[in-house]
Design a protein around this ligand. Structure first.
Ligand code: BG6
Ligand code: MG
Length: 230
């Protein structure tokens, strides 16, 4: 196998998913959905919650209604999604910088120091509130979130938008994702993706690390070596 010549500096931007990669908000989404499913008498487990990772609010509600075999009209769906979000916002309002996942700030600062751009690519409409609560609002060169994109992951829109905002071609971007839908979105965007979490859950990513505390510039370069060969 022959390695491409521009191998070492191929990555010009890293795009981070927010929920589950930089902050652990899955537990708050779970608590809020649990309240709603309790109200609707739908059995909803932590395993079911896995299916909602990376999925937009409305698409998540659709999955939950399918699990419970419940049909609702659009107005009622809007109302319930709004209720779930109200509870979720109550939880995230009290988030603090202590909830940033280990290694995130160190890795992002190392990337920036090496001239690699960093962006957020999240489905969440609550992105501005979360990054402000945890003190990350001035960290990114670009933020693409659920407020500016309309197509949910696995559509690549959110990552392509982030790349465009940064002015970096997709093939020079690496995405960090904890959700299967997000990994597919990165691949659909033509980007390399590093899965964050367990090997078993994220088979599709190809490369998986347990958290950003396992990442560094050197590790990124090793990943480039493994990935960009022909
Ligand atoms: C994703 C989460 O990042 O954002 C999903 O993984 C969530 O669980 C989605 O449904 C949308 O979030 P929000 O904050 O707009 O309801
Ligand atoms: Mg996520």
């Amino acid at each position: 196998m022959k390695l491409k010549d521009n191998l070492l500096m191929r990555t010009k931007a890293c795009i981070f998913d927010l929920d589950g990669v930089l902050v652990d908000t899955a537990k708050y989404h779970f608590l809020a959905w649990k309240r709603l499913t309790g109200m609707l008498k739908i059995k909803f487990t932590e395993k079911d919650n896995e299916r909602l990772k990376g999925v937009s609010r409305m698409a998540s509600l659709d999955i939950i209604l399918e699990i419970g075999n419940v049909t609702l009209d659009d107005d009622l769906k809007e109302e319930y999604a709004g209720l779930k979000n109200k509870w979720y916002v109550d939880y995230i309002t009290s988030m603090t910088p202590a909830e940033i996942l280990p290694g995130s700030l160190e890795f992002i600062r190392e990337l920036k120091g090496a001239g690699i751009k960093v962006a957020l690519g999240s489905a969440s409409k609550n992105t501005p509130m979360i990054i402000s609560r945890v003190g990350m609002e001035n960290l990114f060169d670009a933020v693409a979130d659920g407020n500016i994109v309309s197509k949910a992951k696995p559509d690549p829109e959110v990552f392509l938008t982030a790349a465009k905002m940064l002015g970096v071609p997709p093939e020079n971007c690496v995405v960090f994702e904890d959700a299967v839908a997000g990994i597919e979105a990165a691949h659909n965007a033509g980007m390399l993706c590093v899965g964050i979490g367990s090997d078993k859950m994220l088979k599709k990513a190809g490369i998986v690390v347990s958290g950003l505390d396992k990442m560094s510039l050197n590790k990124l370069r090793e990943i480039e070596k493994i990935s960009y060969h022909e």
